[in-house]
Ligand binder design. Structure first.
Ligand code: ADP
Length: 456
């Protein structure tokens, strides 16, 4: 590109300087012609007025010599026969000159003729009766003009070359300045496509490129986070699925390695194996639920539903679980609340919260569900009287497989995915979920759901 620009620029300079030369040549030659015509007309009138041609006066020669010196011109005066009466250069004196221009002048017509670098003006000397008495030839060399034009041309040419060089330097400099950040960005993008998701660009300036760099770095941060959480998730899934399998393996091997195993032991071990399989099935089911919730393009199956009835239905279903541990399930509401929701997904969210309230409760504790509504939102709280959650776990609680007490929670049979599912479902409805908790006293989850459908 740069070479093309340079080529175009210098060819333009050459063409321009040629056009300039020709234009100046035409301009100055025309100026010269006008000037010479003025002199020759003046001389012609002067000769005629003073009757020099008839008197043969020596004054004529002095006058012509003066004019020739002052204006740096050659003057020749010819009589009506073409014979040179006086040549200021004294070369043609008394010679007979005949050419086309002299003939024209003798027939009272002015003309101009260029001979090499010399311009000659032929002017008739006419008397009062209109007859031609002779001819004045005024000549001047154009060499000075050509020399001057060449100087002007050289100055402009050199100036354009200098401007060209300056422009080229500036062009190369600024192209470098502009292109450098783009090169950096390109390099970073290539690195990312090779899998280096932690790639960053370092753009120090404070312009659009810096904005671009900032946006790019934010994007790579996000990509990196996504990649990290993906690998974390995969490792968590593998770990969670491996644990029940390891237990099953140990139980099976211990049965296989023993001879004459009593039937009760078989039953006990098979029962344990069955429990592990149930656990694994629960994990896989929860994972599938999450995958489905992650599929953003899947539209929510929204219907207008009475939330009071929905909560009651959930509580009824979970009643046996609560009864096992003598836990009271209480529903408090003093109004009917209707909302546009996906029944299945909101049921999943609220069920998980209530189930947790039961699971992480003390025996004979309580789980209280409240339902209320404002102008735009439904408010649901799920409060338990259980073990509580330390505050430093709050922000990680909704991560997949996150458990506060790893060993203990696994024993309670949780998959570590319940709160992620609840969180995802509520967010899909453009609602919010948060919590408050005090260790040993209990936990309260706050859920808000927009009453009217919002675009997902
Ligand atoms: P899990 O299947 O283990 O219950 P969740 O995602 O539902 O998974 O919950 C994540 C962790 O949060 C639980 O393992 C538990 O440690 C803690 N947790 C959730 N709800 C409660 C609660 N109501 N009280 C105390 N701890 C809770």
């Amino acid at each position: 590109m740069t070479l093309v620009y340079i080529f175009i620029y210098f060819s333009s300079i050459l063409v321009f300087s040629n056009i300039l030369y020709t234009s100046l040549e035409i301009y100055f030659s025309e100026e010269k012609e006008v000037e010479l015509k003025r002199y020759s007309n003046y001389i012609s009138r002067d000769i005629e007025a003073n009757g020099y041609l008839h008197n043969g006066s020596g004054e004529l020669k002095d006058d012509l010599d003066n004019i020739s010196d002052i204006y740096n011109i050659r003057v020749m005066v010819l009589d009506y026969q073409g014979s040179v009466i006086y040549d200021t250069q004294r070369v043609e004196n008394n010679k007979l000159l005949v050419n086309e221009e002299i003939v024209k002048a003798l027939s009272d017509k002015e003309s101009i003729k260029y001979v090499q670098d010399v311009v000659n003006v032929f002017t008739p000397i006419s008397n009062k009766t209109g007859a031609v008495d002779g001819v004045v030839i005024v000549s001047s060399s154009l060499k000075d003009i050509y020399a001057m034009i060449t100087v002007i041309q050289d100055i402009i040419f050199n100036l354009l070359i200098i401007i060209g060089i300056i422009v080229a330097i500036l062009y190369i400099y600024f192209t470098g300045v502009f292109v450098k950040p783009l090169h950096e960005l390109l390099k970073a993008i290539k690195n990312i496509s090779k899998g280096h998701l932690d790639e960053k660009v370092d753009i120090k300036k404070n312009d659009e490129f810096a904005e671009l760099g900032k946006a790019f770095n934010q994007m790579t941060d996000r990509l990196y986070d996504i990649d990290q959480s993906r690998s974390e998730f995969v490792s968590n899934v593998s770990h969670e699925l491996k644990t029940p399998l390891s237990s099953i393996k140990v139980l099976t091997e211990s049965l296989l390695l023993q001879d004459n195993v009593p039937e009760e032991l078989y039953k006990e071990f098979l029962n344990d194996i069955n429990n592990e399989i149930d656990r694994q099935t629960a994990i896989i089911n929860d994972l599938l639920t999450l995958v489905r919730l992650d599929e953003k393009e899947k539209v929510l199956n929204i219907t207008k539903l009475n939330l009071n009835e929905l909560v009651e239905k959930i509580l009824k279903r979970l009643q046996p679980l609560a009864e096992n541990r003598n836990i009271d399930l209480i529903f408090e509401t003093n109004r009917q609340v209707e909302a546009d929701i996906d029944e299945m997904k909101i049921t999943l969210a609220i069920s998980n919260l209530i189930e947790n309230g039961i699971k992480y409760n003390r025996d004979r504790g309580k789980v209280i569900v409240t339902l209320d509504a404002g102008h735009d939102e439904a408010f649901i709280t799920v409060t338990d009287t259980g073990i509580g959650i330390p505050e430093d776990h709050f922000d990680k609680l909704f991560q997949r497989f996150y458990r506060v007490d790893k060993t203990r929670d696994r024993a309670t049979g949780g998959t570590g995915l319940g709160l992620s599912i609840a969180h995802r479902s509520i967010l899909l409805h453009k609602g919010s979920i948060s919590l408050d908790s005090e260790e040993g006293i209990g936990t309260r989850f706050y859920v808000t759901i927009p009453l009217r459908r919002q675009k997902v």
